[in-house]
Design a protein around this ligand. Structure first.
Ligand SMILES: [Fe+2]
Ligand SMILES: [Fe+2]
Length: 283
């Protein structure tokens, strides 16, 4: 199968559509939480940000879907938009059920005058967030930071995000080939450019989050349960291992996101030098 061909398009769109699961966030098996677990859940400082991000995701993806001429690609992107909106709904249900303090802020309007560019920026952002999220999720789950039934619910979300990034990487290659920019070096350069933008945005979010949460003591919410013994190297290893595990279930003919795991793998292999150079950031 040639990347960028019609067969490629059929594969990545049809696999995405066929792997969609139906569920209603309101009737999932939400567990009853004791006071300690409730305190930990409510103490997580980023629910408002996550809710905003998922609502914005739904709007960006839906706006782009409306501009797509190809019916199959449009159907797949529409479905992704539906799943993003459902992520927001799932968060709303959780916030309401466990009385978490998180407001629904108005979305920035207009989202973008260029829906395709907004979708591309969003897609690479999801690749970065998912890669790091895989590690966070694994460490938090293993530490029993929250009851397992909650992780089972969050895992449905992670599974969908994994499908989104695989779909996205293939869509990107397919449409670049269709517009005559399909050469490998061009695709790599394009990905590197978008990834650097996505990482820049993520660092901005972290900085904003830090100052916004200055007065909230996250460690007092027993985040230490999973931050105990935390090292950046161990965290990157978990990200890579989880990335590999979650990607293993996809059609081997499809492209998979690989820039971040490759960079992380190179850094892990030569950790001493990385540590010396970036010590202050990593420690
Ligand atoms: Fe999402
Ligand atoms: Fe997503």
């Amino acid at each position: 199968m040639r990347i960028g061909s019609d067969e490629h398009k059929q594969r990545f769109c049809r696999q995405f559509i066929a792997s969609h699961r139906q569920f209603d966030p309101a009737i999932l098996s939400w567990p009853d939480l004791d006071d300690a677990a409730l305190g930990r859940l409510r103490g997580i400082p980023f629910w408002q940000e996550v809710l905003y991000t998922e609502r914005r995701a739904g709007a960006i993806v839906a706006a782009y879907a409306a501009t797509i001429a190809d019916p199959l690609v449009r159907e797949a992107v529409r479905l992704q938009g539906f799943e993003e909106a459902r992520h927001a709904e799932l968060l709303r249900v959780m916030i309401h059920r466990y009385r978490i303090a998180a407001d629904e802020l108005p979305l920035d309007e207009p989202i973008s005058s260029n829906p395709r560019r907004a979708f591309a920026d969003f897609g690479y952002g999801e690749c970065v967030d998912s890669f790091l999220g895989f590690g966070v999720f694994k460490i938090a789950r293993r530490s029993g930071f929250l009851p397992e039934p909650l992780f089972e619910i969050f895992d449905m979300l992670m599974r969908e995000e994994t499908r989104h990034i695989v779909f996205f990487i293939n869509w990107m290659a397919w449409q670049q080939t269709a517009s005559g920019y399909g050469a490998q070096w061009l695709r790599t350069a394009n990905a590197a450019w978008y990834y650097s933008r996505a990482i820049g945005r993520l660092l901005g979010t972290v900085r904003r989050g830090r100052s916004a949460n200055d007065r909230k003591d996250f460690s007092a919410t027993q985040a230490g349960v999973f931050l105990d013994g935390f090292t950046f190297r161990g965290f990157l290893k978990e990200c890579c291992a989880e990335h590999a595990r979650r990607m293993a279930g996809f059609d081997s003919d499809l492209l998979l996101p690989r820039l971040l795991p490759t960079i992380a793998g190179v850094a892990l292999a030569d950790w001493r030098r990385v540590k010396l150079k970036y010590m202050r950031v990593l420690e």
